[in-house]
Design a protein around this ligand. Structure first.
Ligand SMILES: [Zn+2]
Length: 312
């Protein structure tokens, strides 16, 4: 069974909540790591609703400083205080974000009782911004009215196991098995070198998730998003409002699907819907006409990616 790689939608709408849709927030779980992506107003209450353990969140990624993507942040960060959090949290976002938070905290009269480690995102170029032993995160610029980045989360390959039959066949000792797992060859009794590949199971594919919050249709994204396992791309408007999408620097569902298709994404989620739409079926149909494996980002839904789903 694949270790967890799953995205849960916490909020899927733009600024004004409507039809039980709320401003943007998502939870990404990669193995045991819990990540919050954007934090629209009221995010903490919807995390409770969906029974997500807030204190287990290790890092937060904010795409840009339009309120519908971060107005829930100060509430969440100060609630961590009330729940006795001591574990540090990594926060990534445009550089003015920390200034805003410091001002709010200063006048709130309370210090955070856990370390808040802020990392300013580079909004002009692609950059590796975080990595641990399980995954890495790359930020990349989006075309929006204010500086905005998307985020690409890539799982790292896990250490491969040695095939059991080969252990018996070659009479491998424990220290040899350890060396093979690290990629070292084995020397047999005749002095022949046998490559580690001979003994190892094939590598598991690495799953990835890309988040494109608010952006114009932008073909420079295609290279960055190449073969991504799961792509979230905003689709604020339907095709008939393409001019409005252009003017407000947003995308239509058709444009989101075109990016998914051209990038060779395996699966597409669309979201950040305008409050003008009560029914989202037409928006979904427009995207599916171009990229069939498209789903609506809907509050409370979880999209899991298994290794089998991304194998070619
Ligand atoms: Zn925006």
């Amino acid at each position: 069974m694949s270790p967890t790689f799953a995205l849960t939608i916490i909020g899927s709408n733009l600024a004004i909540s409507a039809f039980d849709r709320y401003p943007t927030a998502q939870i990404l779980q990669i193995h045991q790591h819990l990540i919050l992506i954007d934090c629209g107003e009221g995010t903490q209450f919807r995390l409770d609703k969906f029974r997500i353990k807030k204190n287990a969140i290790e890092s937060i990624f904010i795409s840009h400083l339009h309120g519908d993507h971060y107005f829930g942040l100060i509430g969440l960060l100060t609630s961590f205080n009330l729940s006795g959090r001591t574990a540090p949290i990594n926060l990534f976002g445009p550089s003015p974000l920390i200034e805003i938070l410091h001002l709010q905290l200063k006048h709130n009269g309370a210090d955070l009782r856990y370390p808040l480690v802020f990392h300013a995102t580079e909004t002009n170029e692609k950059q590796l911004i975080y990595e641990n032993s399980t995954f890495e995160v790359i930020s990349f610029p989006l075309q929006h009215r204010i500086p905005t980045t998307g985020f690409l989360f890539i799982e790292k390959p896990s250490l491969r196991n040695v095939i059991k039959e080969k252990i018996d066949q070659y009479g491998l000792r424990v220290e040899q098995i350890v060396a093979i797992k690290k990629g070292h060859p084995v020397i047999d009794h005749e002095g022949n070198e046998i490559s580690a590949e001979t003994f190892l199971y094939p590598p598991t594919p690495c799953r990835s998730y890309a988040y494109c919050s608010d952006t114009l249709y932008d073909e420079t994204l295609i290279e960055i998003l190449k073969n991504v396992s799961l792509l979230y791309h905003e689709a604020t408007f339907e095709k008939a409002s393409a001019a409005l999408a252009q003017k407000t620097m947003h995308s239509t569902s058709e444009e989101a699907a075109l990016i998914a298709k051209k990038a060779g994404a395996k699966q597409l989620l669309i979201g950040h819907f305008s409050s003008r739409y009560k029914h989202l079926a037409p928006i979904l149909a427009e995207a599916k006409a171009i990229f069939d494996n498209t789903y609506l980002a809907t509050e409370g839904d979880t999209f899991s990616v298994a290794y089998e789903q991304i194998a070619d």
